[in-house]
Design a protein around this ligand. Structure first.
Ligand code: ATP
Length: 385
């Protein structure tokens, strides 16, 4: 009897001990999870407390000190931390915000991938896609195509071709088209940069971008660097006051340095384009730089007819369409506007459920482009440009 009671009590005790043990295990586990969470939160909190480091460029080294350039363009003489390792001018470093001591060097990986900021392509524009610019095409073939295709010829004769050319003329006259055609005919990589974007979007980085663009061009040679709206970067400046102007000027200086840095017979060519040749800084068109200026005019009647033939080439035209007459109605139209008039004519036919385009469609298309041009001051052209 007593043994039985003892056993029973022991069992009860065991189960109580077991339940306490399992409770403590559970609590220990909970405690561990909570501790982990607290640690993680502490780490996160620390991240918020640390002050950010500043990204600067090293300009010069003087023993254990260095001159750095801040993103705003200001330069400072600072000390270099022991752990930083060996530095050289041009390195990108992280500095303390208060005393600007260089804390560490940025890894060598590129800060940005230049190819995602500029348009890099292998265009397929044939010379036959350009109408009414025979003289200009001829000149570009001589000064850009020939040196890229047959540099030995120039060496033999002993003349140096221009490193680059400047195409200037009204918007929509085919400057980009010409540049793409010469890239296609020489099987070159076409790197398109819009100068206004370079100075607006990449504040503080413009000069570096220019450097990287030329590096990319050399890597992918033969290449053509096409700089559209060059005036945004290379406009003559009377005084350089604001930091924005300083930045543009630095980017421009870098561009000149890069153009000076390669040889005329290297397989990189620069083609600049502008609608405002009048405001360009003469430095950019000095001999040895973009010293061949090619004017791309608005097309005259004959030229307009050629362009019209190109753009209506794949359209199904009605019998009453006389392209020669139509081109006479397009006085003062640029190539882009002629293309726009063709597209509009097509839309007028679609609206009337026709598959062939008749003279009336063209006349309406021309009228529409004229009206839009007057109303928008050219925005319409850009839509189709
Ligand atoms: P912007 O100064 O605005 O950059 P742009 O002079 O570079 O203009 P393009 O972009 O080459 O002009 O031309 C826009 C479009 O107009 C071309 O894609 C082409 O379809 C048409 N075009 C312009 N000129 C011609 C031309 N001479 N022959 C055939 N098409 C042309």
């Amino acid at each position: 009897m007593t043994t039985n009671t003892n056993n029973k009590e022991k069992n009860i005790l065991d189960s109580v001990i077991y339940s306490y043990t399992s409770d403590t295990n559970q609590m220990n586990e909970e405690n561990r999870i909570l501790k982990e969470t607290v640690n993680k939160l502490k780490e996160e909190l620390d991240k918020f407390k640390t002050t950010p480091l500043m990204v600067c460029d090293v300009r010069d080294i003087f023993g254990k000190d260095a001159i750095i350039r801040l993103p705003n363009g200001n330069q400072f003489y600072v000390t270099v931390s022991e752990e930083c390792g060996k530095l050289k001018p041009g390195d990108v470093v992280l500095t303390d915000q208060k005393n600007l001591t260089i804390i560490r060097k940025m890894p060598l990986t590129k800060q940005f991938d230049i190819e995602s900021f500029v348009i890099v392509e292998k265009p397929k524009v044939p010379w036959s896609a350009i109408g009414g610019l025979d003289l200009q095409v001829q000149e570009i073939k001589e000064v850009v195509e020939l040196p890229l295709k047959r540099p030995e010829l120039f060496k033999k004769i002993g003349i140096t071709p221009p490193k680059g050319i400047l195409l200037y003329g009204k918007p929509g006259t085919g400057k980009t088209l010409l540049a793409k055609a010469v890239a296609a005919s020489t099987n070159s990589t076409f790197i398109e940069v819009v100068a206004s974007e370079l100075v607006q979007k990449f504040i503080g980085e413009g000069a570096k971008m220019v450097k990287e663009i030329f590096e990319l061009a050399r890597k992918k040679a033969p290449s053509i660097i096409f700089i559209d709206e060059l005036d945004a970067l290379a406009a003559r400046r009377i005084e350089i006051g604001t930091s924005g102007e300083r930045e543009v000027s630095r980017t421009f200086m870098q561009l000149l340095a890069e153009i000076d840095g390669f040889e005329p017979l290297d397989n990189v060519k620069v083609i600049g384009a502008t609608n405002r040749k009048d405001i360009l800084d003469p430095a950019v068109i000095r001999p040895g730089r973009l010293d061949r200026l090619i004017h791309i005019p608005l097309p005259k009647k004959e030229a307009r007819l050629e362009i019209l033939k190109i753009h209506s080439g794949s359209m199904s035209l009605g019998k009453d369409v006389d392209l020669s007459n139509l081109s006479a109605d397009m006085e003062d139209f640029s190539g882009a506007e002629i293309k726009a008039a063709c597209t509009e004519a097509g839309y007028f036919a679609i609206r009337e459920n026709r598959t062939s385009i008749i003279r009336r469609d063209f006349l309406r298309g021309i009228e529409k482009v004229k009206q839009e041009e007057e109303a928008e001051g050219g925005d319409y052209m850009r839509m189709f440009g």
